[in-house]
Design a protein around this ligand. Structure first.
Ligand code: NAI
Ligand code: ISE
Length: 337
């Protein structure tokens, strides 16, 4: 059976996911699209040779009998109502990060899903599907470096759009690290702090960049993450886990090493789409497989909620300069699988 997927939000990542569902993955097709910018929704179809139905709103798309499952790839602030509507309609929904831009918004999604009694939401935390992070987790889980003590990490973008503001470093950028370290370490967060080095002259006015986020986990691991979104030289994701008996490092993406002009060199990627291209394929494979059985797998709405709670604490820490406690409510049994 082919799964009919409706896409809400046909911008950059919406179109990229439509491409992989149409051209790379099997078992699903794009049957419907919707975007507040109707012209964008219409324009997304021809390059992929699609004749999907165009809906004026997300709720109309969700209600269509020609939509079995939903992809929410609109702006973060628009995710919550469409994810809740899909859950209430009993349709599996893949929602790009962040699940919602507030912890309360994520909580509303969690409550709708628990009330329905069936897992239906997968959040687009694709790093959990990245081969490098999976290898790192295997080493940690198999006690390859002893119990983790510290994590040193960096998330660097060459540049960002002029509408990128200081708190987006948390909600838009750090949110990936917030999720992936909970999963990697099988741990939760206790406190956070944000410190600012001297501002880079390459950052646009009003943006504090770089930032260093210091996190303490419940098990006592200390994490430092450098967020630097105007690093100029490339898109660079680094992660090193120091354990009681050794150290494990996230592998560099595969690249050609060359020797030329008396130099030994490797290229560095510049676009996040290339860095995680395989992980996006694998996460959507997981979504199609689970959704075809009427359910969801992978990062859950509880994971989306947990990330939002920690992110809110980081934003508070950005402005207060203080160490801020992360207060996570008890995880419902529903999510202990
Ligand atoms: P974008 O700006 O290129 O596209 C967003 C689209 O959503 C636009 O076409 C806009 O008109 C549409 N839209 C906004 N509100 C809407 C609504 N209420 N209903 C229907 N359509 C609506 O943004 P981009 O880069 O595609 O990001 C979309 C989402 O994906 C964001 O939440 C972003 O954080 C996330 N994202 C995730 C990435 C990842 O690595 N997992 C990478 C890039 C983005
Ligand atoms: C973007 O929004 C993403 O989600 C990418 O995965 C991330 O690494 C990038 O830095 C963000 O701008």
């Amino acid at each position: 059976m082919t799964l009919n997927i409706g896409v809400i939000g046909t911008g950059a990542i919406g179109r990229d996911h439509m491409r992989r569902i149409t051209q790379t993955l099997s078992g699903a097709r794009i049957s419907a699209v919707s975007d507040v910018n109707r012209a964008a929704a219409e324009a997304s179809l021809a390059p992929l040779g699609l004749d999907a139905e165009v809906f004026a709103t997300g709720p109309e798309l969700i209600a269509s009998p020609n939509v079995d499952a939903v992809l929410v790839t609109s702006f973060g602030a628009a995710h919550e109502p469409d994810v809740v509507a899909a859950v209430k309609a009993g349709k599996p929904v893949f929602c790009e990060k962040p699940l919602a831009t507030t912890a309360q918004g994520c909580r509303n999604i969690v409550e709708a899903e628990v009330a329905g009694g069936r897992r239906l939401v997968q959040v687009g935390f694709m790093r959990r599907y990245d081969a490098g992070y999976r290898m790192l987790k295997q080493v940690i889980d198999k006690d390859g470096v002893g119990a983790p003590l510290m994590v040193h990490a960096a998330h660097r973008n060459p540049t960002v759009a002029s509408n990128y503001v200081t708190e987006m470093a948390i909600h838009d950028t750090l949110i990936h690290e917030i999720d992936v370290f909970r999963w990697l370490l099988d741990d939760d967060y206790k406190t956070v702090q944000v410190v600012f080095p001297r501002r880079s002259p390459n950052a646009h006015e009003g943006l504090r960049d770089p930032q260093i986020v210091l996190i303490e986990t419940v098990k006592g691991v200390r994490i430092d993450v450098e967020i630097f979104v105007n690093c100029v030289y490339g898109y660079d994701i680094q992660c090193e886990v120091v354990g009681e008996t050794g150290l494990a490092r996230l592998p560099e993406p595969m690249s050609i090493q060359s020797r030329s002009g008396a130099r030994l060199s490797n290229p560095i990627l510049t676009d996040w789409k290339d860095r995680f291209i395989d992980a996006y394929d694998v996460e959507l494979r997981d979504f199609i497989d689970a959704a075809s059985k009427g359910t969801a797998a992978g990062p859950s709405s509880w994971d989306g909620y947990a990330a939002a709670v920690a992110a809110d604490a980081c934003v508070e820490a950005q402005t207060s300069g203080q160490i801020v406690a992360v207060t996570m409510p008890q995880k419902p049994d529903f999510y202990n699988f």
